[in-house]
Design a binder for this molecule. Structure first.
Ligand SMILES: Cc1cc2nc3c(=O)[nH]c(=O)nc-3n(C[C@H](O)[C@H](O)[C@H](O)COP(=O)(O)O)c2cc1C
Length: 431
């Protein structure tokens, strides 16, 4: 069923000038930043976002207002806001589209958030491969400086803010907030042990808030449309609009702005148009490659943080990847394992070695050399990766391993019994 929802974050995306300052100003741009800076105290801004119950859109779903309130007061140190635009989770393409089409909404969100936490310097860490998005964002930042929305006396107030746009070098791990901070400091992108959390000891050992692009853009829209608007959308614990990325074997892939708490089935069939070539669904990855997998009879699940957690999965970035009936689930999981093994930073043994062994075992099973013990060994390795590492990249592989094997056990077993992938054998016998 389609829902009655009018897009807000993406409403101007069909206009070719939506990324330009003039267009932004003609549509109410920077009014909220000005209002916040002139009429609200920083604590009031934090309380406002706390009341909205906005949860971070970078994957973990942590309360944004709560996170901002962790910044210690009067420490005498600089405070930083860092926008995470690294976006490298397979299946996820929302932040790059936001940057391309509405970079000023991101800048306005950054101004509001920086003011709230007392930051005078803010960084945007953008994925190295996003060359076009970098140019668009860089241009928007320059436009804002020239027009008095950044730099000294933002919007004519006493508040000053600089934004530094920093390009990453193409490592998935640098999206993890502490690895990002290490990378930003010019070091190797290694995650750091938490606590201390970045809000206490972050960039250059100073209090730092890291927020996702979509989170910060949403902040601006909450100020523009009000808390009532925001909380009237979605579910009580997961309110607001969400950008869903729909990809894989779906007829109409793309970015969909809809309320949080949509039924997965509706996203796939009513918005995505169902499976290409009218094939059947074999599985759906609900929230990016690390989120797990659901079978075709589980698609009535609600896409909010709680419902997926109840299944031992995560909403993650709400990036839905549809797999049709012809997909080999061993091959699909092997593909995921290759990615996480390649992207493991290597600091923690369970992740570095575990991801490597899982990749090897899956290759062996897919190529027909798997043994009966391999599935047990793989599950053991995955279990031993969870909660034993500095960051959760290890969990990001352990979660799909658990759910793919549990849901498609017969298919994994068939690979071992028949010494290879039944799909490949069938294809070979037909040629
Ligand atoms: C391996 C790994 C990669 C991540 N990649 C990203 C990313 O590309 N973008 C992002 O916003 N968050 C990413 N995160 C989550 C961040 O660590 C952090 O939770 C997020 O930026 C906080 O922003 P939010 O509170 O606005 O969601 C990643 C986490 C892990 C463990």
């Amino acid at each position: 069923m389609k829902v009655n929802y009018k897009p807000v974050l993406t409403r101007f995306f069909s206009d070719p000038n939506s990324h330009r300052l003039n267009f932004y100003l003609q549509n109410g741009g920077y009014k909220q930043a000005k209002r916040v800076l002139t009429e609200m105290k920083p604590e009031e801004v934090i309380d406002f976002i706390k009341k909205s119950n906005l949860r971070g859109r970078g994957g973990a779903g942590f309360s944004t207002g709560m996170k901002w309130s962790f910044i210690p007061k009067n420490l005498g140190k600089d405070i930083y806001l860092v926008c995470n635009a690294d976006e490298s989770e397979p299946g996820t393409f929302k932040d790059r589209i936001l940057i391309e089409n509405d970079p000023h909404a991101l800048i306005e969100g950054i101004i509001i958030a920086s003011y709230a936490i007392g930051a005078k310097k803010s960084f945007i860490y953008i994925r190295g491969e996003f060359v076009e998005q970098y140019k668009i964002l860089n241009n928007a930042i320059q436009e804002s400086y020239v027009s008095g929305y950044l730099g000294k006396n933002v919007c004519g107030t006493n508040y000053s803010l600089d934004i530094i746009l920093h390009r990453g070098a193409g490592a998935y791990i640098c999206g993890e907030e502490t690895a990002l901070l290490s990378s930003l400091e010019g070091k190797r992108g290694y995650p750091r042990i938490k606590p201390p959390f970045p809000a206490i000891k972050g960039l250059y050992e100073s209090p730092t808030i890291v927020n996702n692009v979509e989170t910060l853009v949403t902040v601006k829209h909450i100020f523009e449309n009000g808390i009532e608007w925001f909380t009237s959308i979605g579910t009580p614990k997961s309110p607001g609009p969400k950008l869903y990325c729909l990809s894989g074997h779906v007829k109409k892939p793309g970015l969909y702005e809809l309320p949080l708490g949509m039924q997965l089935k509706d996203l796939v069939f009513d918005y995505g148009g169902g499976v290409k070539n009218d094939l059947r669904v074999k599985g759906v990855i609900p929230g990016g490659s690390s989120s797990g997998v659901l079978k075709d009879d589980e698609l009535d699940i609600i896409m909010d943080f709680e419902s997926l957690m109840a299944k031992g999965m995560i909403l993650g970035t709400a990036s839905v990847i549809v797999l049709n009936e012809n997909v080999c689930m061993v091959d699909a999981l092997w593909n995921i394992a290759r990615f996480y093994h390649h992207e493991s930073c290597g600091q923690c043994t369970p992740c570095r070695e575990g991801s490597g062994w899982i990749e090897k075992l899956l290759e062996r099973i897919e190529r027909g050399h798997g043994t009966k013990d391999d599935l047990k060994i793989m599950s053991e390795i995955a279990k031993n990766m969870v909660g034993r590492t500095i960051c959760v990249l290890a969990d990001a592989l352990a979660i799909p391993v658990e759910h793919f094997v549990k849901r498609y056990f017969n298919e994994f077993e068939a690979h071992i019994l028949h010494k290879g992938c039944p799909n490949r054998q069938l294809a070979a016998s037909n040629t």
